[in-house]
Design a protein around this ligand. Structure first.
Ligand code: A2P
Length: 335
């Protein structure tokens, strides 16, 4: 498939869509023609790609004729409706929503972990949940070396993971509080400014949220590790960009902090930032707009045998979404 591609971005005006456009440009993806698709509300807008103003078009059933690759990030219902139409038109869809992730006919890919799965696609490839992708960037290398049986984790997730409206909500609430005005709530169930919400996605009968169960379900599929177990608490924090995850992993094989650090220092797409004597550890402020994820606070877990703790932070709009999608598209070029 190595030639110039006609590429479409579905949800081009959204928080992830805008990053997809920038990532295609920054990585010099071989784009012959870029088609930008969003709702009818965005018709009339233009977005820049390689210095050119490209008009946003309304997403329609016939939008995919002549398109080779479509990067979708307009939510699950749009993906469910339009991804099969695009695939039928001969286009390969890289879908950022949760619509097809657990479908047996759809590969779920983090290229640093299971790039070969891209070859199994039947027209749709799924991009994983952002928190899962960022966690696995550090967890998978440890799993390969020490066999991870289970993890306990808590996430600290930025508002941009919810989309452009949530970024606006945090900005507005901070201003309202500073100005002594009443706080208005539109996107989240409660005020997010100066608060944390232990509630991301819908609650399930087992008491976890859907977001929390993605780590185990998607983690099993991506790592090809059917017995992997994950108990996760996902928390929304008043951070604009980059998710962080505190992880305790129990391994089959003995592991020390030094052994883990050695393994992680060689992992692709990951930087070890772990020098506590000099107050160096990963933080969302410093991983934002950065391709690589960062891992630090690496230490032997004191609560179980063969346990290792770490703190990983990564830009969820990039590795958790747009960058991973473009990397999948790059893998498609190699087929
Ligand atoms: P629009 O800006 O026209 O509403 P975010 O995740 O930041 O909220 O962005 C969601 C993206 O999905 C936006 O680009 C949005 O376009 C797009 N979108 C939402 N609803 C539709 C729809 N019915 N048809 C096409 N695109 C949609």
């Amino acid at each position: 498939m190595n030639r110039m591609m006609n590429v479409a971005v579905v949800g081009a005006t959204g928080a992830v869509g805008v990053e997809m456009i920038k990532t295609l440009e920054r990585r010099n993806f071989p784009v012959r023609k870029l088609t930008l698709l969003a709702s009818a509300r965005s018709v009339g807008k233009t977005l820049k790609f390689k210095g050119e103003d490209i008009p946003v078009q309304e997403l329609k059933k016939d939008s995919f004729k002549g398109i080779d690759i479509a990067l979708f990030s307009a939510g699950s219902s749009i993906s469910k409706e339009y991804a099969p139409i695009a695939a039928k038109d001969g286009c390969v869809v890289v879908d950022n929503s949760s619509a097809f992730r657990m479908d047996d006919n759809v590969p779920l890919v983090v290229p640093e972990i299971n790039a070969a799965d891209v070859k199994l696609h039947k027209g749709i490839i799924a991009n994983p949940n952002c928190t899962t992708a960022i966690t696995l960037m550090a967890l998978y290398p440890l799993h390969k070396a020490f066999f991870v049986k289970r993890i306990f984790a808590s996430s600290y997730q930025a508002v941009s993971g919810t989309g452009a409206k949530a970024i606006g909500e945090l900005r507005r609430q901070v201003k309202q509080i500073v100005n002594g005005e009443p706080v208005t709530v539109e996107v989240y169930p409660y005020q997010i400014a100066f608060n944390v919400l232990p509630h991301i996605d819908v609650f399930l009968p087992n008491g976890y949220t859907k977001e929390e169960m993605k780590m185990e379900n998607e983690g099993r599929k991506i790592m090809h590790h059917p017995s992997f177990k994950a108990s996760v608490t996902c928390v929304r924090v008043p951070v604009y960009r980059s998710h962080s995850i505190a992880v305790s992993a129990e391994c089959e094989k003995p592991v020390t902090a030094e052994m883990a650090r050695e393994v992680l220092s060689k992992a692709p797409g990951l930087d070890v930032v772990d020098d506590t004597a000099n107050k160096r550890y990963p933080m969302p402020l410093f991983t934002s707009e950065k391709d690589n994820c960062e891992v630090g606070r690496i230490r032997k877990d004191c609560a179980f045998d063969n346990g290792i703790c770490f703190w990983v932070s990564g830009d969820q709009l990039l590795k958790g979404a747009a960058l991973n999608a473009v990397q999948i598209a790059e893998e498609l070029l190699k087929i």
